[in-house]
Design a protein around this ligand. Structure first.
Ligand code: ARG
Length: 389
């Protein structure tokens, strides 16, 4: 049996088996594995200096798990857990600032309407007119007998992909299926359908099916795109939202799962300029931009795609800079990431990283992150932001 026992001090075993410890009876969903709780509390103790001793806290938590099947993190534990989950995110190049993540503790919130209100508040609070702050809002966790709420959108702000009668998609091609679902649930798409229509939030509470909530326009800061030299670029009427806020990755800390825990950082220009607007199944704009640039598109060997791509990334960076909205560039951010890796090593930790996600999608070899390997991520590492189920 796994018990919440501080090593090396042995404590009395809990009087009856804690839930989940009996192999005959699978744990109820939402019940906490005591070993996971213990591992987290030991890490919390080792990296911070909480006032309470480890032994005492372990005893409290063991008793709470025994009584309720789960336990409640202190705000300090929760904050540490959310920050370390970011630190453990092998795909993220922006981890230098992991320790300054702002926590909005909304664990008492689980009704869809209230979750929606808090998501909108999250956007306002993290956007700050363009001076973006990395923020997470943590809603009610899964508990035995009661699930936490769930946000179905993969980000708080995303643009609809409207299928047209001709079989094409107007807007973001990646969200065509999500847009269909929203319409089936009663979303009235704007008329006429646009290329940058913000999707409604789709939220399920502890019981019941998903409900839709419109995101107020004034909670979504957007940047209209222009190019530093080519005036025609503005005529393309492109825009993008300022804040990337991932909303469908459960946060797992010390055995507790928080299924709704939207978090945001700020954009890297390449994410928008070299992927969202460029990918063939997203906005597919390279041919449009290349044509306006007057490039020879008769052969791949003219590198028209590459040239159009760089101009698009320039336009994105230029527009965000002009609008005073926080945005990183891939050269600077690559350098910062290596600073982070070095700091982690100095702290006696290795920094798991996924090369294919860390290296930027343009000019990879020009950035220092390209020219080395990283510690392979371990899928069992916790705390973590989990893949959506
Ligand atoms: N690549 C995603 C997007 O373009 C955002 C992922 C998170 N990015 C970030 N800078 N925090 O929407």
């Amino acid at each position: 049996m796994t018990s919440l026992v501080a090593r090396p001090t042995a404590l009395p075993e809990p009087r009856c088996p804690v839930s989940g410890a009996d192999p005959q009876r699978p744990p109820a969903p939402g019940s906490v594995d005591p070993a996971a709780a213990q591992e987290f509390l030991e890490q919390f103790q080792a990296e911070t200096s909480p006032a309470i001793t480890l032994e005492r806290r372990l005893r409290q938590v063991a008793a709470e798990i025994e009584r309720t099947g789960t336990y409640t993190h202190t705000l300090e534990e929760l904050s540490f857990g959310a920050r370390v989950a970011w630190r453990n995110s092998a795909r993220c190049i922006g981890r230098l600032y992991w320790n300054s993540l702002r926590i909005r503790d909304r664990r008492h919130v689980s009704a869809p309407t209230d979750v929606a209100v808090e998501c909108v508040e999250h956007l306002r609070d993290s956007t700050r007119g363009g001076a973006i702050r990395s923020t997470i809002t943590i809603f009610a966790p899964d508990r035995p007998g009661e699930r936490g709420p769930r946000i179905h959108n993969d980000q708080l702000v995303r643009y609809a992909g409207h299928r047209t009668p001709g079989g094409e998609v107007r807007g973001d091609g990646r969200y065509a299926a999500f847009t269909d679902t929203a319409v089936a649930l009663g979303w009235e798409r704007p008329t006429p359908p646009g290329r940058f229509d913000v999707l409604p939030l789709m939220i399920s509470g502890p019981t019941g099916g998903p409900e839709l909530f419109d995101v107020p326009r004034d909670a979504v800061l957007e940047v209209a795109l222009s190019h530093p030299e080519h005036a025609w670029f503005a005529d393309l009427r492109l825009r993008w939202h300022a804040v990337p806020a991932i909303s469908n990755m459960p946060l797992e800390v010390g055995g507790v799962t928080y299924p709704a825990a939207p978090f945001n950082g700020w954009y890297l220009g390449t994410e928008i300029g070299a992927r969202n607007l460029a990918d063939a199944d997203r906005y597919d704009l390279l041919p449009v931009v290349a044509e306006r640039l007057g490039l020879d598109m008769t052969s791949e060997r003219t590198m028209w795609r590459d040239r159009a791509l760089v101009e698009m990334v320039r336009a994105v960076q230029h527009s965000f800079d002009e609008a005073g909205v926080t945005m990183a560039d891939h050269h600077t951010e690559s350098g910062r990431f290596l600073t982070h890796v070095a700091r982690e090593e100095k702290a006696g930790r290795s920094c798991p990283a996924d090369w294919s996600w860390i290296v930027p999608p343009v000019s990879g070899g020009l950035t220092p992150v390209y020219h080395r390997y990283y510690t392979e991520p371990d899928p069992d590492t916790r705390p973590a932001y989990l893949q959506p189920s």
